[in-house]
Design a protein. Structure first.
Length: 74
């Protein structure tokens, strides 16, 4: 399984795609929707998760593309 991809604010009004544990951004976008699209592409390729953070830093959405060890029940 690859690195989870986080979409986080860059501090200048844009959005970064950052691989989990990386100190540098993989990509930078002007709007969040473009950053989410790219993060999902990477996560699908790496069979990992995409996590979208709000401007406050809290995770507000996530998508899983790998083998989830704890799948939802029901």
């Amino acid at each position: 399984m690859g690195k989870n991809q986080h979409v986080v604010p860059d501090g200048d009004g844009g959005w970064n795609v950052v691989g989990e544990g990386n100190s540098r951004a993989t990509a930078n976008f002007e709007n969040q929707s473009d950053a989410v699209k790219r993060a999902k592409e990477i996560a699908k390729n790496q069979k990992s998760e995409e996590l979208t953070h709000g401007r406050n830093g809290q995770i507000r959405d996530r998508s899983s593309y790998g083998n989830d060890p704890h799948p939802p029940k029901g």
